[in-house]
Design a protein around this ligand. Structure first.
Ligand code: SAM
Ligand code: SF4
Length: 473
């Protein structure tokens, strides 16, 4: 007799941390006997992993919940779970929605399978979130997360032979605009041996690129006995693992502590990618102070100069918020100036979005009109596009090594040469996106590509040969 398994549909909003949590939850649900489905209409269980960083991200989830309410009318046994940052921020409030059955915060994801089993059996709503998010995480919770992390971590099926490994939870920086410290809790660094064991396990599964994750990954600090480990130690240790070819880390906070050691690791170890995602947020000292970012524009640029001189060839990426309360045209021009000087390969630019209960939301009026925010956003993107275009054009006629991710979003066939191969996408160690035509079985392998055309964010080229390793020689 054919037994139909219960089908789960998962949807992720937000950052790499959320994507990693989804990977863990997916693996744990599969091992508990659930099947995955790509079709929401086939699903018996829907898990939405949510983001609270900007209002727009939350609005998308609310609108989706509206649709699910209708879906449930025809399918009353459907179980809808909201997990992640919105679950922690809104808690019981979310359970009031007819669409929602389970609310589960980021610290409680190890409990999700049990919560689902219980809801299926007892047909009751349930909730598991942290009641005082800024309190020190209990040993029991830390241990549960540790086990969950190391047992269920696998390579991300979307990106073959790549995996994300969390090195720390939470954040203690309290930038005044940011919700993260209130939904992800205090900074907790994971033990280095657990991280390294996990990387070894992933390497055994064929993973070639690991990306170490932390909200402020360069603040990683763990004391064991006499020794205090920092991110640079993790980079040197991970580089010794056979099978691991490239190591990246995101996101860095512009701070002096450990900075030179981390840059030195990028210079010393060929496996450590020369890529630094280091958001500045603003180029105006007045705004940086109001944001509680603990540096001036000059200090930030000095850090970048130092990084580039220690690790030549370094590619930098940034984040900016435009329209923060009190941002004048002069403040914005200071941001444009910093962005030009920093020479980022790419930047993420956001319009300020007041987040409930953050210091900025409580104390500073959101006084920059929407159309000015929009205008500054577009202007900054235009300046960045020009810089990205200049940097990318330097690759023309050069050969680069990429780790192939798979088919590009629109995998056009190579009609020009009439060889009928689809377009693939890969990334260089420095995170440049490269598009070329090749066979889909190259996904997860390293390849040499000759660049024949460039645009600000993408390099286009032709496959030269397949490389056995990611070694940058
Ligand atoms: N931890 C990282 C850091 O400190 O750079 C990134 C955290 S956050 C998830 C990613 C980006 O979202 C931030 O760098 C910031 O530019 C942006 N962001 C955070 N809060 C925001 C807000 N209230 N409005 C607009 N953008 C915001
Ligand atoms: Fe948010 Fe600032 Fe922490 Fe980044 S460093 S997560 S922006 S509070």
């Amino acid at each position: 007799m054919l037994i139909m398994k219960t089908k789960v549909f998962l949807q992720t909003y937000g950052c790499q941390m959320n994507k990693l949590d989804t990977t863990l939850v997916t693996e744990s649900l599969q091992r508990a006997g659930y099947d995955l489905t790509n079709g929401i209409k086939d699903a018996d269980i829907i898990v939405m992993n949510t983001c609270s960083v900007r209002r727009h991200a939350e609005e998308k989830v609310f609108s989706h919940l509206g649709h699910l309410k209708h879906l449930k009318e025809n399918k009353p046994n459907l179980v809808v779970c909201v997990i992640g940052c919105m679950a922690q921020r809104l808690g019981a409030e979310l359970l009031k929605s007819k669409a929602v059955d389970i609310v589960c915060g980021p610290t409680q994801i190890p409990q999700l399978t049990d919560l689902i089993n219980k809801t299926l059996q007892q047909k009751q709503k349930s909730i598991a979130v942290t009641s005082q998010i800024r309190r020190k995480v209990s040993n029991g919770e830390t241990q549960a997360l540790e086990e969950f992390e190391s047992v269920y971590d696998t390579d991300d099926k979307q990106l073959p032979n790549q995996a994300f490994v969390r090195v720390m939870h939470g954040c203690n920086k309290f930038c005044t605009y940011c919700i993260v410290p209130y939904v992800r809790g205090p900074e907790v660094s994971r033990p280095p041996n657990a991280i390294i064991e996990q990387v070894k396990k992933l390497a055994g599964q064929g993973v070639k690129l690991v990306t170490l994750l932390g909200q402020t990954v360069n603040s990683y600090k763990y004391t064991a006995g006499e020794k205090t480990y920092c991110l640079a130690d993790l980079l040197y240790m991970a580089a010794q693992i056979d099978g691991i070819e490239w190591i990246r880390f995101v996101t860095s906070y512009p701070a002096e502590k450990f900075f030179d050691q981390i840059c030195q690791a990028m210079a010393d170890v060929p496996k450590v990618c020369k890529y630094l995602h280091i958001p500045a947020q603003s180029g105006s000292d007045k705004i940086l102070k109001a944001m509680n970012r603990k540096y001036t524009a000059e200090q930030y640029l000095n850090l970048l100069d130092r990084a580039k001189s220690i690790a030549p060839g370094l590619a930098v990426a940034g984040d900016f918020i435009v329209g923060f309360p009190g941002e004048t045209e002069d403040d914005f021009l200071a941001t444009v100036d910093l962005l030009k000087k920093a020479q980022y390969k790419n930047c993420f630019i956001f319009k300020y979005s007041p987040r409930p209960d953050t210091i900025a939301e409580k104390n500073l009026p959101d006084d920059v009109p929407q159309e000015i925010k929009r205008k500054r956003n577009t202007e900054l993107l235009t300046v960045q596009e020009k810089i990205s275009g200049q940097l990318s054009s330097q690759f023309l006629n050069r050969q680069v090594k990429v780790l192939v991710e798979g088919l590009s979003k629109k995998p056009h066939l190579d009609t020009e040469k009439k060889i009928g191969l689809p377009q693939l996408i890969g990334r260089t160690a420095e995170d440049w996106i490269v598009v070329f035509n090749g066979t889909p079985d190259l996904a997860g392998r390293f390849a040499h590509i000759k660049i024949t055309k460039t645009s600000p964010l993408t390099l286009f080229g032709e496959l030269v040969n397949i490389s056995r390793s990611g070694y940058r020689g």
